[in-house]
Ligand binder design. Sequence first.
Ligand code: 9MR
Length: 346
Amino acid sequence: MKPLIIALALILATPLPAYAHPRPPRDLRQLAQQTGIKIGSAVDIAALRAESDYRKVLNREFSHVTAENAMKWESVEPQRGTFTWADADTLVDNARRNHQQVRGHTLVWHNQLPAWLTTGVADGTIGNAELRSILRDHITTQVRRYKGKIRAWDVVNEVVEEDGTMRQSIWLTHLGPGYIADAFRWARRADPHAKLFINDYNLEWNAPKIETTLALIKDLQAQGVPIDGAGFQGHLGIQYDYPGDWANVMRRFAGLGLEVAVTELDVRMELPVTPEKLATQAQYYSRALTDCLSVKACHELTVWGYTDRHSWVPGWFEGQGSACLLDESLAPKPAYQSLLAVKSPR
Ligand code: 9MR
């Protein structure tokens, strides 16, 4: 009798493997808890303010948030020296109240720069030395303002071109290649605890971009530049093959000692929507989550908006849409269910 009791006790005391959770997750927040990664969404601040159903679902489902536009330079300093933090503050305050961590997006980019900056550079009234100090002040001011409230910053965004050359932004052409190292150093000084990321699109599969970005990171590390992570935006479309090598690519970045994250996932399609297309889209979403879960260093998967009611896709790709997990009326699509059904290897 005794050995049987001991055997039974042993079986009961053995912890269940992570994938053997008794119940499937009820929502994305619970999925995030069970898998141990952060599941986030980009946030449309106007919707957060004005639409109670949008706010309710955002705060129920997501434990991580990124401002879709509110932290970009043109949003926070539309006139030189005039700062407009209200939208970014709203996001950060809402996050604190709802136990959400925040990804700061983005400090150095070639898009959504304020007009005073781009015209000043173009007409020569802002010279290169002044431009460098403007960039330093921008990074320092913004990172300090949210010190301790941002888990990770996208310090530089989209600095490499599709052909693997460095992007000829105003930063590169006026400040030289050292602007990237400077940006990371200034960000670290302003908030020593925030994780500092490089972020890009098509980094999931585009070989020239992957190789250049890896080389850039190694070079930064050799100079002692503080860089902690690489973000894969993940703007996918079902008319293209799923980037089947993505997990291996993530592992290469992780091999440099970096955290990796999926920072802007969405999966667009050519309209009209059909059940077949939604089923394919669901596979893309679940594969992206599976890829992240299969790489130890992947700690975050963020979608670029969670509802088709507010998605950048229709405005940018003619005839395309339906890229998000929930439809316009906030009803879950097959993609949402497919995420909940992912079996975590962790
Ligand atoms: O979703 C954003 C959209 O509302 C803006 O109009 C657009 C302007 O460039 O930027 C979109 O977000 C981009 C993100 O900041 C960086 N990666 C690509 C995203 C989609 O364009």
